[in-house]
Design a protein around this ligand. Structure first.
Ligand SMILES: NC(=O)c1ccc[n+]([C@@H]2O[C@H](COP(=O)([O-])OP(=O)(O)OC[C@H]3O[C@@H](n4cnc5c(N)ncnc54)[C@H](OP(=O)(O)O)[C@@H]3O)[C@@H](O)[C@H]2O)c1
Length: 363
């Protein structure tokens, strides 16, 4: 039975499905039998995708060609959906762009204005319009594309990172407002991902592009989190999760300096590569120790006598890990890492806290 015959099939509206993360998400929805409303500027690509989904999965696709950086674009999309009598069960606010360069002297205001409109205003209004309907039905899900940049100041992409901070904060507030409903909103915080994003932002030469996550993995993790109604998802491996914890533990000035090095052009960044790597290793090391410590402590508290002995052994190992991280931090600082000087107090505190956790777990 195709979805045309299956009137109970649900519909997902995805902005920015013509490439990258949105494209990978659209494939996952289609595979699961969702009808789709795809919105972006590239009509041909979206039509092609719709044809492919029909052939492979028998799902219907409505294409809405729209420049979402324009005034009234969100309302227009909503009106078109209403006119077609479509109920949107899931909204994915994926469309977004970045722009690269020093804010004061290099970036272009017109581009930034249109970026803010797309990333912030359109996402907010689409959410407002569709969320109201979802709340009335007491059913629905929304996925908002934030970024790891939502929680880290990002020099050379200052305006972009600020828009993503808005999206993350906005989403977390909505989650609280919706807690007594069956409507969920999920924030997706990918790290740098292998799509056309950096190319369009004029940032292909930035150091950060040396290490990109796979859009297929990002979309899969996002899809699973959205379906579970999770409040947020940081896709990928432990490294990305550790980066999140580091962002919460590190002073903003230090974080900004780390991100600056990561965003600089490759040739400039190479000269500073050593100190940058040390800084990241420092943060990720601390975060890994804290995560591991918390996991061991939690497991210890919930385990039987035999397991407790096992966890004591693990905690002992972790303790020496914490010592290693502490030594690394000291070495990094002594070898001239001026940019992490501010962090020493935090580092000591965090390692001391980690030690305290292990000690509690084994005492
Ligand atoms: N790649 C990363 O490193 C990364 C990391 C964190 C978060 N994100 C976020 O992930 C989202 C998707 O980005 P991506 O990495 O998949 O980049 P991408 O491959 O460049 O995809 C961007 C999508 O947004 C659409 N779009 C851009 N401007 C638009 C406009 N004015 N009107 C309508 N649609 C527009 C594009 O479609 P058309 O060009 O056809 O209009 C395209 O489908 C963005 O919100 C981005 O901020 C990306």
């Amino acid at each position: 039975m195709t979805n045309q015959e299956n009137k109970s099939a649900k519909t997902a509206l995805i902005t920015g499905a013509s490439s990258g993360i949105g494209y990978e998400l659209a494939k996952l929805f289609a595979k699961d039998g969702y009808n789709l409303v795809l919105v972006a500027r590239s009509t041909e690509k979206l039509n092609e995708l719709g044809g492919q989904f029909w052939d492979e999965y028998g799902v219907e696709t409505v294409v809405i060609t729209k420049d979402l950086s324009k005034e009234d674009a969100a309302r227009d999309v909503y009106n078109q959906v209403k006119e077609k009598n479509i109920t949107v069960d899931i909204l994915v606010n994926d469309a977004g762009v970045g722009t690269y360069g020093l804010f004061a002297t290099e970036t272009d205001w017109e581009k930034e204005k249109s970026l803010i409109h797309l990333n912030v205003l359109t996402t907010t209004l689409l959410t407002k319009l569709f969320l109201k309907d979802m709340v009335e039905r007491n059913e629905g899900k929304i996925l908002n594309l934030a970024s790891i940049a939502s929680i880290t100041p990002t020099p050379l992409m200052a305006v972009y990172a600020a828009t993503k901070a808005y999206i993350y904060n906005f989403t977390q507030s909505l989650i609280n407002e919706l807690k007594d409903t069956n409507v969920s909103v999920t924030a997706l915080l990918p790290n740098a991902t292998d799509t056309d994003f950096f190319n369009k932002a004029g940032a292909t030469n930035a150091k950060v592009t040396d290490n990109l996550d796979d859009a297929v993995v990002v979309a899969k993790d996002a899809y699973n989190a959205l379906m579970k109604g999770a409040s947020k998802v940081i896709p990928g491996g432990l490294g990305n999760k550790a980066q999140e914890i580091m962002a919460y533990l590190t002073p903003q000035e230090t974080l900004a300096q780390m991100m600056r090095k990561n965003m600089e052009p490759k040739n400039t960044a190479q000269t500073e590569e050593k100190s940058n790597k040390a800084a990241w290793a420092w943060g990720i090391g601390i975060a890994a120790v804290v995560i591991a410590g918390a996991a061991v402590a939690l497991a210890y508290n919930n385990s039987n006598v035999v397991d407790k002995a096992r966890y004591r052994y693990k905690a002992g190992k972790l303790k020496s890990g914490a010592d290693d991280v502490y030594t690394d931090v000291k070495d990094a600082l002594l070898s001239g890492l001026d940019n992490v000087k501010d962090a020493v107090a935090t580092a000591k505190e965090v390692v001391a806290k980690a030690r305290e956790t292990f000690t509690e777990a084994v005492s």
